[in-house]
Ligand binder design. Structure first.
Ligand code: PGA
Length: 236
């Protein structure tokens, strides 16, 4: 059963998120689709959404606190209001654009895993590392797991090569296979692929051994496209 997740990043308003979630929920319901589906809207669009049991709404980010003085951040008080128990941690944009260090990421992971949250934890190498080769890529990826309890029961991993995110460049099937196999050899957790996944490549990617689903940015922002992706993945 594929796990399919939509990462909105800084897209959609509160109003359009509501319409989007309603549409995807209806689609899952009417077609009795059984994939495990996640939607990560912006923090401003979190709300109490009435969804089918296989559709979960999560937070793209949260600070390791229940409340306090952390300007611009949200904590578990804000998540609890909407019964959000799922969070993305370690996304490449948080690492490379927002400057989160591995130490901060590990602290966040510890805080949210202690509370039992479902965590989608992202790892992936930048282009200059990929160009050196597979060994270097794996070394980079292992570094991103320092301080992370990879045996945590509610952990889903997502391998997202930085050079493939939002660029339209998807990793080749061999790239995906090599890295996924190596990760799975060490860690027995669901492992998603992310990086320019779209309607016309989802099937091929999900057919790769050790790919358990996809974390999708750009191609997920249109509800009809996301439903199509869910449908294709459900039929595999
Ligand atoms: P993309 O983003 O699908 O736009 O490449 C993936 C992600 O960042 O999760």
């Amino acid at each position: 059963m594929a796990i399919i997740a939509a990462n909105f990043k800084t897209n959609h308003t509160r109003k359009s998120t509501k319409e989007y979630i309603f549409k995807v929920n209806e689609f899952l319901n009417q077609n009795s689709l059984t994939n495990e589906v996640y939607i990560f809207p912006t923090a401003t669009s979190l709300d109490e959404y009435d969804t089918v049991s296989n559709l979960t709404i999560g937070a793209q980010n949260a600070y390791p606190t229940d409340k306090g003085s952390f300007t611009g951040e949200i904590g578990t008080s804000q998540l609890d209001e909407f019964n959000i128990k799922t969070v993305l941690i370690g996304h490449s944009e948080r690492r490379h654009v927002l400057g989160e260090t591995q130490e901060e990421i590990a602290t966040k992971f510890k805080f949210y895993s202690d509370l039992g949250y479902k965590i989608i934890y992202c790892i992936g190498e930048p282009l200059e590392v990929k160009e050196v080769g597979l060994e270097e890529t794996l070394m980079y990826v292992w570094e991103q797991l320092v301080g992370i309890d990879v045996n945590y029961e509610n952990l889903i991993l997502a391998y997202e090569p930085v050079w493939a995110i939002g660029t339209g460049v998807t990793a080749t099937i061999d790239d995906i296979k090599n890295v996924h196999n190596a990760i799975k050899e060490k860690i027995n957790k669901p492992l998603l692929y992310g990086g320019s996944v779209k309607i016309n490549n989802i099937q091929e990617i999900l057919n790769v051994q050790n790919v358990d689903g996809a974390l999708i940015g750009t191609a997920s922002w249109n509800a009809d496209d996301f439903c199509k992706i869910i449908e294709i993945s459900n039929n595999l």
